[in-house]
Write a protein that binds this ligand. Structure first.
Ligand code: F6P
Length: 548
């Protein structure tokens, strides 16, 4: 049975009145009043360290938020997910991506059957294949080793492997260049095909459904390109698939012996742990891929066993809810201070926004409250010279997650010190701010006269009191990255559980797909229907006219 609506929860009501005072608190004061705030509101889990002390809360706030989590039955919902219950109600599916990273000794049941065997058989298949490709034993049509791997997939079938391959660049195999083609914009595929040679390229067609139009169009185009110089018999050495749809894979012309399966209980945005992670295993090898899975599993164990008040995903989720539902913060920034994590904000965008960008509850009622925020971001320090102006002086309250690795994979110590100094300085500046008296004093100290100082100082004021979390990794490794991704997966889960929404479907992507299909027939020359609105009709007409 569904718990009552989120906004009807007693703790939600208590938080509403608590917010009346809390909105006026200053974090500077909170730190002054509580010298142990850093040690009290920080914790370690699965090799990650989280400092959440720079948030606008006291122990009372936290207690109420934890009460909210209990009233919303987060623990029972978590246990249902791990036990294989079909919590993705609209698709009647279990949600068991956590089974993909469980050790083989652990039983993971679905409908009474242990799915561990199938999971580990696929891992073994991936390992055998990637070992051959990496060693050079897997030969292409002309007897040469593979030098380039092109992953063709979109959404979760692209973002996960692309992000992880980028983040784990120092672990990558020297001979194998990884390429990712997602967009139906032909510029994406054309640019990659211009850089690779058919005889030494391996294509992975990555699609859970094997029906996604963008992926199918790119896959067929890549196949045609390959067949310009190679024979159909050669396809088996150059095209493999990661999918749940064996029939469609065979119809495409890929030998199902070259298909790496996964299952409907793995959501697209949670699939990097599955066969969709094949590019990652090819890049870093099966041993490191094992550490990646183990890091995520360590976070799973923490999530399942730590009390709520010491549970990292739960605490991150509750801080987010505090800002989203009480301070009305509409967006949340992800700022990784690590160049190799360039794609991490985009990855989290899909994870969070496709999961919790919903306005109905699991039982089809209006949520009556704000749900998932807009997730955005860019690596630091680049971001500081772009949008941080808005974070510091803009009119919105935008919480930030800073993410940094303490040990780099390079030896440029000065760079690393400057990077970390900037990361820590930003959270300090966001919290502390600078008041008018300080800004004026600085102007005067620089020799400005009173009039000049009075005119300039207001522009140099920072309101401060802007919240952030800081996540520190000892180093960016397969294990810590695995733990970090799992942390955010569970954060998103907890928020969805509190809001009472199904975080595992994505009906919101359907309407655009349907309409694109109908517009495509018109752009391809079918008689114009003029059944669209005037704007859409006008745009179609202009596109058709431009061809003549
Ligand atoms: O359109 C959204 C979506 O279904 C995502 O959830 C998914 O990751 C992506 O498309 C790709 O789907 P597939 O792996 O089936 O091609």
């Amino acid at each position: 049975m569904q718990p009552p609506a989120f906004t009807a929860a007693p703790a939600y009501q208590a938080l509403l009145s608590h917010y009346d005072q809390a909105q006026h608190w200053s974090m500077r004061d909170l730190f002054a009043q509580e010298p142990t705030r850093f040690s009290r509101y920080s914790l370690e889990a699965a090799g990650l360290f989280l400092d959440y002390s720079k948030n606008r809360f006291t122990q009372t706030t936290l207690d109420l938020l934890l009460q909210l989590a209990r009233e919303r039955e987060v623990e029972a919902q978590r246990d249902a997910m791990f036990s294989g219950a079909k919590i993705n109600l609209t698709e009647s599916r279990a949600v068991l991506h956590t089974a993909l990273r469980a050790p083989s000794s652990m039983r993971m049941l679905l409908d009474g059957e242990d799915i561990g065997g199938a999971v580990h058989a696929t891992l073994a298949q991936m390992q055998a294949f990637s070992d051959q490709v990496r060693s050079g034993a897997w030969l292409g049509a002309t007897g040469q080793a593979i030098t380039d791997v092109v992953n063709i997939g979109i959404g979760g079938s692209d973002l996960g492997p692309a992000m992880v391959c980028g983040a784990l660049r120092p672990y990558a195999h020297a001979r194998l260049q990884m390429h990712f083609v997602a967009n139906v914009d032909g510029h994406d595929l054309a640019a990659v095909l211009a850089r690779v040679k058919p005889a030494t390229t391996l294509f992975i067609i990555a699609s859970k459904s094997f029906t996604t139009p963008e992926t199918m169009l790119n896959a067929h185009a890549a196949r045609r390109w390959f067949l310009q110089t190679c024979s159909k018999a050669d396809l088996a050495r150059h095209f493999v698939a990661a999918s749940t749809n064996a029939t469609a894979v065979a119809d495409f012309g890929i030998d199902t012996a070259n298909m790496f399966p996964f299952w409907d209980w793995v959501g697209g945005r949670y699939s990097v742990w599955s066969a969709i992670g094949l590019p990652v295993m090819l890049a870093i090898g099966s041993e490191q891929f094992g550490y990646f899975l183990a890091g995520a599993h360590a976070m799973d164990r923490h999530f399942c066993s730590a009390p709520l008040d010491q549970n990292m995903p739960v605490l991150l989720a509750l801080m987010g809810i505090w800002y989203r539902n009480f301070f009305a913060s509409a967006s949340h920034v992800i700022a990784p201070y690590h160049q190799d994590m360039m794609r991490f904000p985009a990855y989290l965008q899909q994870l969070d926004m496709e999961s919790n960008g919903k306005s109905v509850t699991s039982d089809g009622r209006s949520t009556m409250s704000a749900t998932g925020p807009v997730i955005w971001g860019e690596v630091g320090t680049n971001a500081q010279h772009a949008y941080f102006q808005h974070l510091h002086q803009g009119s919105d309250l935008i919480p930030v997650d800073f993410i940094a690795a303490l040990r780099p994979s390079h030896t440029l110590t000065t760079h690393q010190n400057m990077l970390l100094a900037n990361c820590f300085a930003q959270s300090e500046a966001l919290m502390h701010g600078k008041n008018l008296a300080q800004a004026s004093a600085e102007c005067r100290a620089k020799g400005m006269d009173a009039a000049h100082s009075a005119a300039l100082a207001p522009h140099k004021v920072f309101a401060g009191n802007r919240p952030s979390n800081t996540l520190l990794l000892p180093a960016l490794t397969p294990a810590t990255l695995g733990a970090l991704i799992a942390l955010y997966e569970h954060k998103v889960f907890v928020q969805g559980a509190v809001w009472g929404i199904n975080s595992f479907d994505q009906w919101g992507v359907e309407l655009g797909k349907e309409l694109a299909h109908s517009i495509l027939t018109e752009l391809n020359g079918a008689p114009r229907t003029d059944k669209h609105d005037a704007s859409t009709n006008g745009l179609i007409a202009r596109a058709l006219a431009a061809r003549q």
